[in-house]
Design a protein around this ligand. Sequence first.
Ligand code: RAM
Length: 344
Amino acid sequence: MFTKTTSRIIIVLILTVLISVNVFAGGKQESGTAGGKETIKVVYIPKNTGNPYFDSIIGGFEKAAGELGFEFTTVAPATAEATSQIPFIKAQIQRGVDVLAISPNSPDALNQVFKQAMDKGIYVLIVNSDIPGSEDYRHAAVLPMDFEITGSSQVELLGSLIDYEGEIAVLSATADAPDQNYWIEGMKKALKDSKYSKMKLVDVVYGDDDPQKSLTEAEALLLKYPNLRGIISPTTVGVAATAQAVENAGRAPELQVTGLGTPNQMRRFIKNGTVTAFALWSPFDEGYLAGYLAIGLVKGEIEAKDGETFDVPGLGEKKIGDNRIIITGPPTVFTKDNIDNFDF
Ligand code: RAM
């Protein structure tokens, strides 16, 4: 058998090897708290408070936090102006979070504060949107669907409801919203197709994702355009307010409202015939996926680079695509035939 001294040497050697392969640090490690001793801190900052859409994303994060054991917090400004999230981001950097997940209110106004976060080793994840042109200021973006087809599919949906003919308008969120602006560009591009040559976009207005302002803007559109045949509102707040305005004015079905809405906010309008069809994806799945991505990145199990893949329970294998974009899942079109299968 070994002498005491030989045993000690062997133990020291084994310990040295274990430490050098980082077994005690939980594998590849890039962040200060990833070693497993401290809890990983993830914060999610929605565009603003009071929008049930973001509650679903938060629900997804919370489910992931329960399964993966990370500390999850969420904070947001009351209104969705371009810079209103900055003080919240700064406070979270100060608090020492490991991951800053955010649905931004501007494609570039947050760049400097994102850089400060990244310089401190914090992972910056854009969730539910991207910051086109500012991709260097975030590690990755989690999108609900392929943004290249969001705008064109909204135009097609409205076209199919109005026989591809007549004046149409858009009621958006804020004038700076990176997601809505990207989709509106897609709508304008799509409208150049000869299939839509009889549809004329007459106005784009902004309700700021504020229910009252959205209602007022929708009412103004109805007054200004007596022949309006359709309104696309690619925001859950805007589409519900627009449907309300159209119902109040008794303008359906000649005027069709469609857009991106939550089934719970739109159910009434579908049931009473004010709205025929609208679309959305699963914001819950987005938050859930983002939670898995966040922890994978902090633990070094996922690298923020094009071509990487990772598994999300129930959602399957997800791929980090070009520009470090991950797409959650396909959208659903809701009508009276399927709306009662959904509750969010
Ligand atoms: C609103 C927000 C959000 C957008 C949805 C469709 O809730 O503007 O960012 O993704 O609508």
